[in-house]
Design a protein. Structure first.
Length: 279
């Protein structure tokens, strides 16, 4: 928790102009190396992206900078990394929706690659995320600093919300059984589909909520308690790949390289995620 807060404060203290200049320079530099100078309006590509929520906080800051630098237009759809909700990424691909780039948890990307939905060898890791917990401001802050404290918090909670995507699959199929609480909490723990867990906690439909840290931090009205203890933490890579049948594969690869560029790392860190390697 402390590390996340300190990192965010350091990033916010950076002059915005300097960060913007670095990111724009990266986009233009990559563009010159791969596809020549930034395209004119007539030659600008439209890049269709489907992304899960884990990388969204960083993505939403980076995409406007990319569009400004290159002239490309990015059209974004969103969905969970896993599951069969109508708007989940697997469901979208099952309906043969057309995209150029998919961004989701690494296991989901590898599954799509195995199905021939994503180009083999196109995976690029963008960030690594941890699972955290939030509660409503003004309510008691449960202790999750140790594994035993987390177990007691789960047992004591009146209601629990967790994501239907990668983090929730880990919690419900691995962590809860490992802690020996799966049976005790099954009637008060709810898997959340097609909505962020923070929204459920905010309106009072759950006392505590678990999701990727990057998806909880944007809810400023909530109290972010912290990440799961290291001993039971799951660190997941959120990765990008070029969709099979992309109409703009060169532009897709260009955007992926921008999102993974070293100059994007400060924004990635500010959202509670870790760049995939030390920048």
């Amino acid at each position: 928790m402390t590390a996340i807060k300190n990192t965010s404060l350091n990033v916010l203290a950076m002059p915005r102009r300097r960060m913007l200049h670095a990111l724009l320079g990266t986009a233009l530099g990559v563009g010159l190396a791969l596809v020549g100078a930034a395209p004119s309006g007539a030659s600008a590509a439209e890049i269709r992206v489907v992304t899960s929520g884990g990388f969204s906080a960083a993505y939403d800051q980076l995409i406007p900078l990319y569009e400004q630098a290159t002239g490309h237009k990015v059209v974004t759809e969103r969905g969970a990394s896993l599951g069969n909700a109508p708007d989940s990424i697997p469901s979208r691909f099952a309906r043969n929706e057309q995209f150029d780039i998919v961004i989701l948890a690494d296991a989901g990307l590898e599954a799509l690659m195995g199905q021939g939905k994503v180009v083999q060898g196109s995976r690029v890791d963008l960030a690594r995320s941890m699972i955290g917990m939030s509660v409503r401001k003004g309510t008691p802050r449960p202790d999750i600093s140790t594994v035993e404290a987390l177990k007691q918090t789960l047992l004591n909670a009146k209601s629990i919300a967790y994501s239907a995507s990668a983090s929730g699959v880990y919690l419900s199929t691995e962590l809860f059984p490992r802690l020996g609480v799966a049976e005790q909490i099954k009637d008060k723990a709810t898997k959340i589909y097609s909505e962020r867990v923070g929204a459920v906690v905010l309106r009072g439909d759950a006392e505590i909520g678990f999701q990727q840290v990057s998806e909880l931090l944007p809810f400023k009205e909530l109290d972010f308690v912290g990440p799961l203890p290291d001993a039971v933490q799951q660190r997941v890579f959120f990765s990008a790949g070029v969709a099979a049948g992309s109409r703009s594969p060169d532009a897709a690869r260009h955007l992926i390289r921008f999102l993974a560029a070293p100059a994007a790392a400060p924004i990635v860190r500010s959202t509670g995620m870790e760049p995939p390697v030390t920048r």
